[in-house]
Write a protein of this length. Sequence first.
Length: 98
Amino acid sequence: MSQPTQLPKTTLLNELSTLELAQALMERLSISPDDWHRLKSNRNSRANEQAAAAIVFLLKNQPQEALARLEQAAGWLNRSISAPPCPTHGSKEIIRNS
């Protein structure tokens, strides 16, 4: 019995546009809602996410949006920015019994 033939990965990649490849990368590197609390302060994950988004905006000819994402990526890497507190876990009012 013969094995099914598989197309080389390069052939599959060549079928996608550069924008589609960038969008796939951005999707792969985006932090999912399920992983948000675990990765929201992970500098490498956040920089990856922002850098991939910057590439997508560059390919869409939106340089200002790309620059903003690149600045965010750099901020994560050089530690000039950090994750804000989670809005659902922010300052909750403590209810005291009288």
